[in-house]
Design a binder for this molecule. Structure first.
Ligand code: GUN
Ligand code: FE
Length: 454
């Protein structure tokens, strides 16, 4: 009997609940030909030794070395693939000026497919090397380059959800970078959806088209309404930016006399498959609408420190039943690593809870009950992302996909500070969360296939 495609042996960390980690010490993970975790076997199970006897000399048996651990692959819920070319720069001015000074000029260059290929090849490989196995991407307004990004995800083995960006309003966008007109924006989006659905037929790990109005200030009412219809017609994912900064939030209030959430909902853009980035300024009614419609939030903690004028009250939103995941928001967030974003999510939440203005009395300084633990931030980067997308990803659990990263804590050039052979595994988990760098990520697997080795 040799029915599994791969068998792995080792210790895994995965979320049991949004607040609690589960540690699977020395388990066996049995992966079927579809790349799903068909069975998880504990050392005390009677089958454990039988499976070891069958598989341990075979090529498809993988035993982790001392000091190595499995983590679920990360789900990055918000990445601007073209902006990778300016990551780490251009963080000195507010959102509106940043878009017009740096970002729209850069994105306009993706009409050139050679340039697009260079950047997109590199960003997909870099995200995989940072443990991101699923990514929800904004491309640019260009249909061909957006299809190219989906093809690159498909061929490199990453689960890519890709949107051709719509910016059809001549008022809100520069002449050199926008859709020719509303009709063209909608036709291009529909052709893009059809092309990516065709590509998906031959892509094991999945690739998905995403209806992507950049944000309300970039789009006409007719454009937004047409996109809502396309999302319903093809049952696609939807993504946009929602109530991100003082300027973006008040622009929508001025235009519609309501918040982004209700305006987007009027156009059919809040759906179970919708993921809205940032959402810092949602009020309680907006949050309830998100929960009712199944819309998820992509929390982008590094980017928010530069552009959102605030720290999002994630703990409060979570308590109201909304799905939340983490986004790098490259390049508003400079880092391609969700480890870095986990760290920032914890740090920012602590600053929100305590407050930051030392001239105020302690009791007036912060927002109580705002802190996130590192276990909670890990949940957002993994299982929370999976739930936001309604896909069986982000957990090491039976009937979930085998999307994992293998972390080596004993790399000779960058050992983590673990000095006790019997150190508590939850402490090791926390050291991994805070201290891992890309060189510790030795292998990355997506849908049962190895897609990165180091
Ligand atoms: N709002 C509209 N476009 C963008 C973008 O590219 N990045 C961020 N952070 N916010 C936006
Ligand atoms: Fe963004």
């Amino acid at each position: 009997m040799n029915k599994y495609m791969q068998l792995f042996q080792g210790t895994a960390f995965t979320s049991k609940t949004p607040t609690e980690i589960q540690i699977l010490k020395d388990y066996l993970f049995c992966i079927n030909t579809d790349g799903m975790i068909e069975k998880i076997v504990a050392p005390e199970d009677s089958e454990y030794q039988t499976l070891l006897d069958i598989y341990q000399d075979k090529d498809n048996f993988h035993q982790l070395a001392e000091g190595q651990y499995f983590l679920p692959g990360f789900v990055d819920l918000h990445v601007h693939a073209p902006q990778w070319a300016q990551s780490g720069t251009a963080l000195d001015i507010p959102l509106h000026d940043w878009l017009h000074t740096y970002t729209f000029p850069l994105e306009s260059k993706f009409s050139n497919l050679d340039f697009a290929k260079r950047v997109y090849d590199d960003v997909v490989s870099t995200l995989l090397a940072n443990g991101t196995t699923t990514a929800l991407y904004f491309a640019t307004v260009h249909k061909e380059a957006s299809i190219l990004l989906a093809e690159i995800c498909a061929s490199k083995g990453q689960r890519g959800l890709v949107g051709k960006v719509v910016m059809d309003d001549p008022e809100g966008n520069p002449e050199y970078y926008r859709d020719a007109d509303t009709h063209t924006a909608l036709v291009d989006t529909e052709e893009f959806i059809i092309a990516v659905k065709e590509l998906a037929k031959s892509t094991k790990q999945g690739v998905y088209p995403v209806v992507t109005p950049r944000f309300i200030p970039s789009c006409t009412d007719d454009g937004l309404a047409g996109l809502g219809k396309l999302a319903a017609k093809y049952d696609t994912y939807v993504q946009s930016h929602c109530s991100e900064s003082d300027w973006a939030h008040s622009y929508v209030q001025d235009r519609y006399d309501k918040n982004d959430a209700f305006a987007l909902n009027d156009f059919g853009l809040l759906r179970d498959k919708s993921v809205m980035a940032h959402c810092n300024f949602l009020d309680d009614q907006d949050v309830d609408l998100f929960a009712e419609t199944g819309t998820a939030i992509a929390h982008c903690p590094i980017s928010n420190a530069y552009f959102a004028n605030s720290v999002i009250p994630v703990a409060h939103f979570h308590s109201k039943g909304v799905d939340i995941g983490l986004g790098s928001d490259i390049s508003g967030g400079f880092s391609p690593s969700l480890f870095d974003n986990i760290r920032q999510a914890v740090i920012s939440s602590r600053m929100l809870e305590d407050g930051v203005n030392p001239s105020l009395p302690a009791q007036d300084r912060g927002v109580p009950n705002s802190r996130l633990t590192v276990d909670e931030a890990f949940y957002l980067a993994t299982a929370g992302g999976g739930e936001s997308l309604s896909l069986p990803i982000g957990r090491i659990q039976e009937n979930y996909v085998w999307d994992v990263q293998i972390i080596d804590t004993q790399l000779s050039s960058a050992k983590l500070p673990i000095f006790d052979e019997k150190e508590d595994l939850h402490d090791i988990f926390q050291k991994i969360m805070y201290l891992v760098r890309p060189e510790h990520i030795r292998e990355v697997w997506v849908q049962g296939e190895k897609v990165h080795t180091r």
